[in-house]
Design a protein around this ligand. Sequence first.
Ligand SMILES: [Zn+2]
Length: 285
Amino acid sequence: MEQLTFLAVHAHPDDEASSTGGLYARLASEGVRTVLVCCTNGECGDAPDGAKPDADHHDGDEVAAIRAVELDKAVEVLGISRLVRLGYRDSGMKGWPQNSDPESFWATPVSVAAEKLAAVLREERPQVVMTYNEYGFYGHPDHIQAHLITLAAIKLVDYEPTLYFNAIPNSVMARFRERWAQEERERAEADAAKGIVREPEAPNEEDEIPMGTPDEEIDAAIDISAFTDAKFDALAAHHSQIADSFWMKMGREQFKEVMKTEWFVRVTNPRHVEGCVSDIFAGYR
Ligand SMILES: [Zn+2]
């Protein structure tokens, strides 16, 4: 039988865990070869003391070195067969000075990065490829660039893989938003009890990006209920970035309940698959 290979193009160390951790672990258990292309080194992440990249003492190279080790751990936890680091510098959020660093992913011509990715596609010939939609799921320049180079790279190879974008159904997004609003209220109450008054945050641009997908447009809903521990552990491996994320706050047991599915939208469909599938390799096995 033909070797099945899955390849995901992710922007930063930790994205592989948050959007495809369950899928990676599941595919590994099925004997599928799995490849992770990580485009940036994540220099704009939090420093060990929690400092943000605009802090004077924030050292991007030090942050990247920590995140490289964390990514290796997550790759091991998820049983990923091959990790390819494209090695670009993290571009930071839109409008940050890091956007214009010539070594940043965002400042790199799409054609140049796409050629690097195409070389990996030629070696691996994955039947199924995954990246983000045109909004980069939530508007991060590196995620948008990952989207752009993936579309460009697929045009450079001599076959057509099935391409999926990760997605969250609107119905699930609504529940997440409720949870975030609740966390925000609790934070505000705790602050108020300590006499801290915070200005309400200005509405940010991310709120304008349609992060959810209409439920009926979801093309793949992958049951990862047997792999939530692996996903949780892979997220936990990225300790420097997500130690106090809402995932970690959930704890392992609640995580199991809430995170038992990963969703995707099909973009290219050379095998003419119809409807919402439960197997990302539908049409290939
Ligand atoms: Zn990211």
